[in-house]
Unconditional design. Structure first.
Lengths: 114, 117
């Protein structure tokens, strides 16, 4: 079955540094990979989507890379701020396999220290 | 637009009771889905729908029923609640990627926290 792993349960970094979060997947080649942010007690909020034919995507201080050979996506937050503290989830779709499902990793909890 | 609205926000049930979690969206999304989120388990798909009258099972469908009679609403029914169904439930919707609009970005509700005693 499809499996998604995100690096470490928690990541602490100093304000101003770049946070790098990892998403690894097995047994599938998704057409899209998505990243979401979730704050405590709230629903996830979409951040970025990257397609299988895209190597990199940027949005303001966020950057996502997608390596379909390694089956890995990296999510970077540059010049991190305490307000970036949240749990970040990666998700991939299974539509290419004929099922309209999205599956999520367990998330990485990021804490940016002032 | 209100987006995705879930009710109730909190609910306590006794084992064996039934209830319905409501989900409504006002974005004319074809795709709607229900997830449960448990510590250390991430979001797990329960059921999903690609349009009115069409539903299918996700990873953890046992103990739950759904129906989709309108585009806007996608209720989740717990038939006979069990303590293992204690969780936070999220409804999410999106434009279908196989259509002309959107790329499957999911819009989530704020969640319904359910405790089964």
């Amino acid at each position: 079955s499809q499996k998604i792993e995100q690096n470490s349960e928690a990541l602490n970094i100093q304000e101003g540094k770049t946070a790098t979060l990892t998403c690894n997947y097995t047994n599938y080649s998704p057409a899209y990979l998505q990243w979401y942010r979730q704050d405590p007690g709230r629903g996830p909020v979409f951040l970025l989507l990257i397609r299988e034919n895209e190597k990199e995507k940027r949005k303001e201080r966020l950057k996502v890379t997608f390596d379909t050979t390694l089956k890995q996506s990296l999510f970077h937050i540059t010049a991190s701020q305490p307000a970036d503290s949240a749990t970040y989830l990666c998700a991939l779709d299974l539509i290419a396999s004929g099922t309209y499902k999205y599956i999520f990793g367990t998330g990485t909890r990021l804490k940016v220290l002032a | 637009n209100a987006g995705v609205t879930q009710t109730p926000k909190f609910q306590v049930l006794k084992t064996g009771q039934s209830m319905t979690l409501q989900c409504a969206q006002d974005m004319n999304h074809e795709y709607m889905s229900w997830y449960r989120q448990d510590p250390g388990m991430g979001l797990r798909l329960i059921h999903y729908s690609v349009g009115a009258g069409i539903t299918d099972q996700g990873e953890v469908p046992n103990g739950y029923n759904v129906s989709r009679s309108t585009t806007e609403d996608f209720p989740l029914r717990l038939l006979s609640a069990a303590p293992s169904q204690t969780s936070v439930y999220f409804c999410a919707s999106s434009y279908s990627r196989w259509g002309a609009r959107g790329t499957g970005e999911l819009f989530f509700g704020e969640g319904s926290r359910l405790t089964v005693l």
